[in-house]
Ligand binder design. Structure first.
Ligand code: ATP
Length: 457
């Protein structure tokens, strides 16, 4: 894959031009770390969510879904450790006031800053290497001392005094709702340990430097699975979960050479193991796509302590009581979207002509089929095409296009990843067959309208 800055720029402008991603609040000049999903973007995003959800809630009988409220009792974030420890090390350029995230800048020059480091040790490490770190904006090497910057976003929800002394936070991560409802799910459904709860939910982080398009944003959406196991019965399930997440990306069409495993060197104190699936992002290379964490009983124990509610699980067969351990997978849908669109973005030649084509799997493609009347000024062709279009629309996302020559219409659909185009021509009026053209090969074949739905599926 092209690794120069140009490829990322190309994908950003392509995503905007084709209605996938728009910069947030653009008419006001844009807002850092915010993006809006356009008409094709929201289809791709929804398809990613749908496929991910299907993988767990539909295909497996030991996973259930959940959708918890974004606003939560502020004590939740104390229990989870977010009000105290959910911070990134911040420093500011003394020349132009640009803020940098110190651990990431150190990482770029090959120096690892341990998450557990005290502020003074981190400052010492930063001082040692400062000369090699440049301000990304003005190039200076003159920075303020490092301080921990908390990423939680506060709101004034329910604050009628105007003092905001007890702020309610936006979620720093989506998974907390799962822990809060562990007992509810056990009490009201037929799940038994080992089982999983999954959720897709929004999270907000006051990221110091949102960057790399959808990779690091301040508003994000996370798809989480939390799998509850008996204490110490984590290893086998963890290995299985890792394998399954890797296989899911391949099944959905990501090229294996663009994925890599990375084990965390510095584990948080409660974790047993942590791995990231990294993706080879355009222009900046391999970086975290999804985290897979073996979290022991930390989450439920913390919520039990802070809420005073017993979160022990009672084994229905043995009567044994314990706090289950949790195996988590967590992926940002923006990062996932960026990985899929980057992987699918292809510039190739078809019949000697250059084209851009988004080689998304059929499940993920925003539009499944486009319908074209050969000529828009022939009412009988248009009427027949409308008939076919109406039939298909009931079953799948379709697009109508009667504008320009057929070649141009094919190119437009190739760019947004539509796997098939159907053309209604004069032959259709005689024998009720249509031309179906394949996105990847450009091959065309005649298919009877009666068989069209099955052929497309
Ligand atoms: P990083 O080290 O990159 O800040 P993290 O390790 O804090 O990320 P987690 O808290 O484990 O990330 O979040 C789980 C997943 O959520 C990540 O793997 C990533 O896909 C996604 N994610 C986290 N922060 C962001 C963000 N600011 N923008 C987009 N996606 C994010």
């Amino acid at each position: 894959m092209e690794k120069d800055a140009a490829l990322m720029e190309k994908i950003i402008s392509f995503a905007k031009r084709k209605g996938f991603i728009y910069p947030g609040s653009e008419i006001y000049g844009g807002m850092a770390g915010m993006y809006d999903f356009g008409p094709y973007g929201v289809e791709l995003l929804n398809n990613l969510k749908k496929e991910w959800w299907k993988e767990y809630v539909q295909r497996r009988d030991n996973y259930v879904g959940l959708d918890s409220a974004m606003f939560k009792d502020p004590r939740v974030w104390e229990a989870s450790g977010h009000t105290g420890g959910f911070s990134d090390p911040l420093s500011e350029c003394r020349k132009c006031n640009t803020r940098i995230r110190v651990d990431k800048e150190l990482g770029k020059i090959g120096v690892t800053a341990d998450e557990k480091m005290s502020e003074s040790d981190l400052n010492a490490l930063f001082d040692e290497h400062k000369a090699k770190i440049k301000c990304p904006k003005c190039g200076a090497h003159d920075f303020t001392p490092v301080r921990a910057f908390n990423l939680l976003v506060k709101t004034n929800m329910g604050d009628f005094t105007g003092t905001n002394e007890e702020p309610v936070y936006l979620p720093g991560e989506a998974c907390q709702g799962i822990y809060l409802n562990f007992k509810n799910v056990v009490d009201t459904t037929r799940v038994k340990v080992p089982f999983g709860i999954v959720q897709i939910g929004k999270a907000f982080r006051n990221e110091i430097s949102p960057r790399n398009f959808l990779f690091r944003t301040r508003e994000l959406e996370q798809a989480d699975t939390q799998f509850f196991v008996k204490p110490h019965e984590n290893k086998e399930a963890y290995d299985r979960i890792k394998e399954e997440r890797w296989a899911w990306y391949l099944k959905m069409g990501i090229r294996e050479e663009n994925l890599k495993w990375k084990q965390h060197e510095n584990l948080v104190f409660y974790a047993k193991d942590a791995w990231d699936i990294e993706y080879n992002f355009p222009s900046y290379g391999f970086d975290e796509l999804e985290g897979i964490h073996d979290r022991t009983d930390y989450d439920l124990t913390q919520h039990m302590k802070h809420s005073g509610t017993d979160l022990n699980y009672t084994d229905p067969f043995t009567g044994e009581k314990y706090i289950p351990w949790i195996l988590e997978t967590s992926v940002g849908l923006g990062r996932m979207f960026l990985a899929f669109i980057s992987d699918a973005y292809t510039e190739d030649e078809l019949n000697g002509e250059p084209r851009t084509v988004l080689k998304l799997s059929r499940e993920l493609a925003p539009i499944k089929v486009a319908v074209f009347p050969l000529l828009k000024n022939k009412p009988e062709l248009v009427a027949k095409a409308r008939e076919v279009f109406s039939m298909l629309k009931e079953e799948m996302m379709c697009e109508w296009d009667d504008n320009g020559n057929i070649g141009k219409r094919y190119r437009r659909q190739d760019e947004i990843g539509t796997p098939a185009c159907v053309t209604i021509d004069f032959e259709t009026l005689e024998d009720n067959t249509v031309t179906v053209r394949d996105r990847d090969t450009g091959e065309q074949k005649r298919v009877a309208i009666a068989d069209l739905m099955a052929a497309l599926k």
